[in-house]
Design a protein around this ligand. Structure first.
Ligand code: CXF
Ligand code: ZN
Length: 371
């Protein structure tokens, strides 16, 4: 048992309360990590609002990174002192895990958002009271976290440790959507709706792959500018012009791939009007709560005649170990500057960081414990 500091959500919709609680020891196959930094992902805010099954109080956070402090029985992948990034958890033995697609693990939901470990326990306590933990196998809005051997990846020297955790969700989701899920071809075209961290990572992935036309659709000027700097060939402000018309003006035959990171009905509805023959529509955005049952756009006959592919994407189809290593190599080679999207905040300022992100001030706040 260790005393830690964590950002606790006491009830659905309540603000984060940064306070001292306790963390148990790592069990078999687990590791305890001293968190160097943790990104805020939209899914944490959906969880804060109470949309997951985790009971409250709870600690969220699923883009952590840090130093391994101790390991449980049987752990061989990492040792105390290792620098690691954390990602989502998967079982490792179901059909999808066996073929290298852990994002579609049969136990994805219970392992990542139930608030407890597979055995039903939580490593977190506030006095005598249980605090839901194990969020995405980490609950890393905290000074320390318990993760599993399966969802830790070593971080090489040269990759900034405090921000490496954002590779484990938002960045791999965007980059992986382009490089893995949609497997966009060099020279092809792509539209990305929404330049948050996921959308910007998609743009950066498109640059890596050598796409010819990459159109960023985004309401905030600063985000459009960053997208243009990091790989977009065009940027559209959908509040100033009709995005579908502007896209058709650039690509009269339609676009080869559309990636939606917004989940907004008014965005999703435009997809049939902009997709080229044999186009792919990938989607990673959670729709707003009131429209959570949002349907796919267009008609079955339209999709059939055009040979379209509609692709739901979780975590960019990342296999975690392999893809994170690949993205870190690209960063070290200067081709994947994911650090450009980060703004650092002390963990104690988590509520301000959330407000700033909502206001579009920064793409990816990363919280630093102990500051
Ligand atoms: C989430 C998206 C919604 C389903 C679970 C995984 N991705 C991470 O933030
Ligand atoms: Zn996430």
């Amino acid at each position: 048992m260790t005393d830690i500091i964590a950002a606790v959500v006491d009830a659905p919709g309540a603000p984060f309360d940064v306070r001292a609680i306790t963390l148990g020891d790592p069990g078999p196959g687990e590791v305890r990590v001293r968190i160097a930094g943790v990104g805020i992902c939209h899914t944490d805010l959906v969880a804060q609002a109470g949309w997951f099954t985790a009971p409250m109080p709870a600690v969220f956070g699923h883009e952590g990174s840090g130093i391994v402090e101790s390991v449980g029985q049987g752990v061989t992948k990492v040792a105390p002192g290792d620098r690691v990034a954390l990602s989502f958890l998967s079982c490792g033995s179901c059909a999808c895990c066996s073929r290298g697609e852990p994002a579609y693990c049969a136990d994805m939901t219970p392992l990542n958002s139930s608030g407890s470990r597979p055995d039903g326990t939580t490593p977190l306590k506030d006095g005598d009271r249980d605090v839901a933990g194990a969020f995405f196998g980490q609950s890393s809005f905290a000074s320390h976290s318990i993760a599993s051997e399966r969802n830790v990846v070593k971080v090489p020297e040269g990759v900034p440790l405090d921000i490496a955790g954002i590779l484990g969700c938002g960045v791999q989701t965007g980059a992986g959507a382009v490089l893995r899920s949609l497997d966009c071809a060099p020279g092809s075209s792509l539209v990305v709706f929404g330049i948050g961290a996921v959308g910007l990572a998609a743009v950066m992935g498109a640059k890596l792959r050598g796409l010819s036309t990459v159109i960023a659709v985004e309401i905030h000027e600063s985000r459009r500018a960053l997208a243009l700097e990091l790989g977009a060939t065009h940027a559209i402000d959908p509040t100033a012009e009709d995005a579908a018309e502007a896209i058709r003006a650039i690509l009269p035959g339609g676009v080869d791939a559309v990636l939606d990171t917004t989940g907004l009905p008014q965005v999703v509805d435009t997809v049939p009007a902009i997709l080229a023959k044999r186009g792919q529509f990938g989607f990673v955005g959670i729709p707003p709560a009131a429209q959570i049952d949002l349907k796919l756009p267009g008609t079955l006959m339209g999709a059939m005649r055009n040979g379209w592919t509609f692709r739901g994407i979780i975590e960019g189809d990342s296999d975690v170990d392999g893809f994170l290593a690949e993205l870190m190599d690209e960063y070290l080679a200067g081709r994947f500057p994911f650090d450009r999207m980060v703004a650092r905040y002390p963990l104690s300022k988590i509520n301000e960081a959330v407000a700033d992100q909502h206001a579009g001030r920064y793409l990816k706040p990363v919280l630093i414990p102990g500051e």
